[in-house]
Design a protein around this ligand. Structure first.
Ligand code: DX5
Ligand code: ZN
Length: 239
């Protein structure tokens, strides 16, 4: 009984988060990969005060990508700290094994990679059946064909503008062409996200190509003043 109630709460919160992201227009999402994990609560407060509309959480398993970051306990800790939408980017080999644990941890959107060796449709359907937003990500060298076939199962499409695995890489312009093609392919409610090397020089081109969610790691966390850095990025989006 308790499990059902918790699951309903998660589903309602996740659906509200999706509505929030859909109506927000252009959204800059901080990737917490480079934040100060020794002061996580302070980092969250600084980001909330800066006016962010959601948090992007990069989960890496040291297998699908060479890097290893964090998992469910950190997502759960963030869930306790903030009502902001949690956009969880799973760079892990077997995402289907962990969906229910990320649901329990409080994720709102769960994005899996198209390059994993699993039936993508089944995992996307499972994520949706839990009431969360289902996302599908592709690396720069992966064709958008695979995403197009699965679009009816996706609430979010993530076009990677670097190879998944590390923060601080340079933007790969191949993402722009993919964003343009995806913009024409997705239905109006589908979120179109870009991730990797987004900064003051690259964000505007991504907006013009059709993205509406912009993940920013190093360009934000290298700055002392998150509010000013976010404002500058938003100014670029609106220019
Ligand atoms: C890369 C991650 C990104 C990354 C963004 O695999 O998915 O979210 O941390 O960081 P920057 O903005 O530094 O490229
Ligand atoms: Zn990411």
């Amino acid at each position: 009984m308790k499990v059902t109630a918790l699951s309903d709460d998660n589903s309602q919160r996740a659906q509200a988060a999706l509505r929030c992201l859909r109506t927000a227009g252009q959204t800059v999402l901080p990737s917490l990969l480079l934040c100060d994990f020794g002061n996580l609560e302070r980092e969250v407060r600084r980001l909330e005060e800066a006016g962010v509309l959601g948090l992007h959480l990069d989960v890496m398993d040291g297998h699908f990508v060479p890097n290893l970051t964090y998992g469910m306990p950190v997502v759960a800790a963030l869930r306790k700290l903030t009502p902001l939408p949690l956009d969880v980017h799973l760079m892990i080999s077997n995402p289907s094994r962990y969906v229910s644990q990320f649901v329990d941890a409080g994720a709102d959107v769960l994005t899996i990679h198209a390059e994993v060796d699993e039936p993508l449709d089944v995992t996307l359907e499972t994520i949706r059946s839990e009431g969360l937003g289902a996302g599908l990500a592709i690396n720069p060298s992966t064709s958008i064909k695979v995403v197009k076939e699965l679009l009816p199962l996706c609430d979010l499409v993530l076009i990677m503008s670097v190879n998944a695995g590390f923060g601080g890489q340079s933007f790969n312009p191949v993402a722009l062409e993919k964003l343009r093609l995806m913009k024409d392919a997705v239905s109006p409610g589908t979120l179109l996200e870009v991730d990797g090397g987004i900064n003051l020089s690259t964000i505007r081109g991504c907006r013009q190509a059709g993205a509406n969610m912009f993940v920013v790691g190093s360009a934000l966390f290298s700055q002392a003043n998150y509010q000013a850095a976010l404002q500058q990025l938003n100014n670029e989006l609106q220019r």
